[in-house]
Ligand binder design. Structure first.
Ligand code: ZN
Length: 551
């Protein structure tokens, strides 16, 4: 059991941190024994913990007692731990000391964390504020330049490593469904379902230019094949026939998505109202943001998707800033889907610090807007579904990969091969840290003139070989809800232990079971399947079983 000493102000961030690192913990109660005691910027209470972790960027008694020289790190900088590098966004304290260096500050090569053994206790002093870093990542997020680093997942990984490498017993519910390595959410924002909705508007003229002149320029640059140029010219020439209803609308790619994704789950975010541009966080209206369709215009397509077990969510216009409008947007989609739980992703990823609260008040179950327009990666520093500290129920499914970020000339401007290479580290991180990899390939992206099909097919082929759980956004969120609802309790009789108690399963078995991992402990089991390895044992929790793990 981990005890945590932290100020009242840090409590929400502490609680959320331990929803992501799902292990038994509590705020410190005096007189209680903890295997691990974490003190965040606080006085250290009398304790018998085998491992004492002292986080904080201010000078503390630990270094005072030892006459240890410290100095603040010169600026925002990176630290590294066993080959991983990560940014610290707040202040960082460096230690001039002969102690064991645990974390290295990249700019100065000084220690950003040190460890000392004292009797039966190991003390690790880390020169930054873990829970302030957590709060900042979840609420403000990372700048786009550092998007590629799963900073919060690395904080969890460092803490786990420190505990396990000290031989302290640790119980954890993995952020990975049993039987899988990670979760994949394939999603599609439906911005332009048909080119025929764009008769003589800026979108049509943009298309004509990119399909004809742009294609040829890209061919000369080696970015388009002759076949692709021909496809785009053919599409451009067929436009009058498409408008007349005599040729197939080449922006409607739903059948192609269904064919490529076949047996896989996917989610489509649909704009509820036509012609509404909404306003941005500065109160400006950008006419280009308005959709040229309403959800009712494509109701037949949506029914077809629903009958193929796809999920339909709201692609919101003003939902992020106005509760009444959010309710209206939700209701319009619910009229078509008939589902009780509805999720949302904002068009153009509009968001602010109050958006989660607004969406929650409007009755949404999850949001999937936390991503970048201009790059791919981890806005909140994590691949896990999380909750903003100021909301009660609404969960955030982070968005990691968006096609437009990869291919737009003003964003990453990658070729197919470069895009596939850029996505690989995120897949590898998912395999290592678990969580969910959320991908957004826009509705029309497979058709002319984008033709971003090859990269998507390669991505799907790669993902299939790694056997993740392909879930709809709602399923992924509901799996994380089930994990969050699972609790631990200390057991005092029969030699003690920890009871892992899953909440009543409200998901009707539509989501996979949880995995409990026990490190360095002789574990017994009740009603469990488990696999053995040297360092840990894994147990699968099905439905609402209660599990007793002896310490
Ligand atoms: Zn959109």
């Amino acid at each position: 059991m981990i005890g945590v000493v932290a100020s009242e102000a840090e409590h929400p961030a502490v609680a959320e941190f331990f929803e992501l690192f799902k292990t038994p913990w509590e705020f410190h109660r005096s007189g209680t024994h903890y295997d691990v005691l974490i003190c965040s910027n606080s006085l250290v209470p009398e304790n018998s913990a085998g491992l004492l972790l002292l986080y904080g960027a201010q000078r503390q008694a630990f270094e005072e007692c030892r006459n240890m020289k410290t100095r603040p790190a010169p600026g925002h900088d990176f630290i590294s731990f066993r080959g991983d590098r990560m940014p610290i966004y707040g202040s960082c304290l460096l230690f001039d000391s002969p102690c064991n260096t645990v974390l290295v500050h990249e700019g100065t090569k000084s220690a950003a964390a040190v460890s000392v053994a004292s009797g039966a206790q190991v003390m690790v002093r880390l020169g930054f504020d873990l829970f302030e870093e957590t709060r900042r990542l979840l609420t403000q997020g990372q700048p786009a330049e550092l998007a590629s680093i799963p900073t919060l997942d690395l904080h969890i990984s460092i803490l786990r490593e420190l505990i396990v490498s000290q031989g302290v017993a640790l119980v954890e519910i993995l952020p990975v469904p049993a039987g899988h390595r990670f979760i994949v959410c394939l999603t599609h924002d439906v911005d332009h379902p048909c080119v025929r909705y764009h008769k003589f508007d800026h979108t049509m003229f943009g298309f004509l230019y990119r399909a004809t002149v742009g294609s040829v320029i890209n061919f000369c640059r080696g970015r388009r094949s002759l076949r692709q140029v021909a496809t785009n010219w053919k599409a451009a020439l067929s436009l009058p026939l498409v408008f007349a209803g005599l040729a197939k609308d080449f922006w409607n790619q739903l059948d192609r998505y269904m064919e490529l994704e076949r047996d896989l789950a996917s989610t489509f975010f649909v704009i509820p109202t036509k012609g509404e541009a909404g306003v941005d966080s500065h109160g400006r209206t950008r006419a280009k943001r308005a959709a040229r369709y309403a959800s009712t215009d494509i109701a037949d397509d949506l029914k077809r998707l629903l009958s193929a077990n796809r999920e339909i969510g709201v692609h919101g216009i003003d939902a992020w800033r106005d509760v009444a409008k959010a309710r209206d947007e939700r209701a319009r989609i619910q009229e078509i889907t008939g589902t009780v739980e509805v999720g949302v992703r904002m068009h153009w990823l509009y968001f602010n610090s109050q958006a989660s609260l607004t969406l929650e008040k409007a009755g949404f179950s999850y949001d999937s807007t936390a991503g970048y327009n201009e790059t791919i990666g981890y806005r909140a520093g994590t691949a896990q579904v999380f909750k903003q500290p100021n909301v009660d129920h609404l969960l955030e499914l982070p968005l990691h990969i968006m096609d437009t970020a990869l291919f737009y000339p003003s964003y990453m401007n990658l070729s197919d091969e470069q895009a596939v290479a850029a996505m690989l580290p995120l897949i590898e991180n998912a395999t290592r840290f678990g969580g969910v990899l959320t991908i957004n390939w826009h509705d029309r992206s497979l058709g002319p003139e984008r033709l971003w099909c090859d990269a998507y097919v390669t991505l799907l082929d790669d993902l299939r070989t790694r056997t993740p759980w392909f879930a709809t956004a709602a399923q992924a969120v509901s799996w994380f809800r089930k994990r969050r609802a699972t609790s631990f309790a200390s057991v005092t009789q029969e030699g003690g232990g920890i009871r892992v108690q899953s909440a009543a399963d409200r998901t009707d078995g539509h989501v996979p079971p949880l995995t409990v991992r026990v490190y360095n402990g002789g574990a017994s089991k009740h009603n469990l399947h488990h696999s053995r390895s040297a360092a840990f044992q894994d147990f699968t929790i099905d439905k609402s079983d209660q599990v007793l793990i002896a310490a």
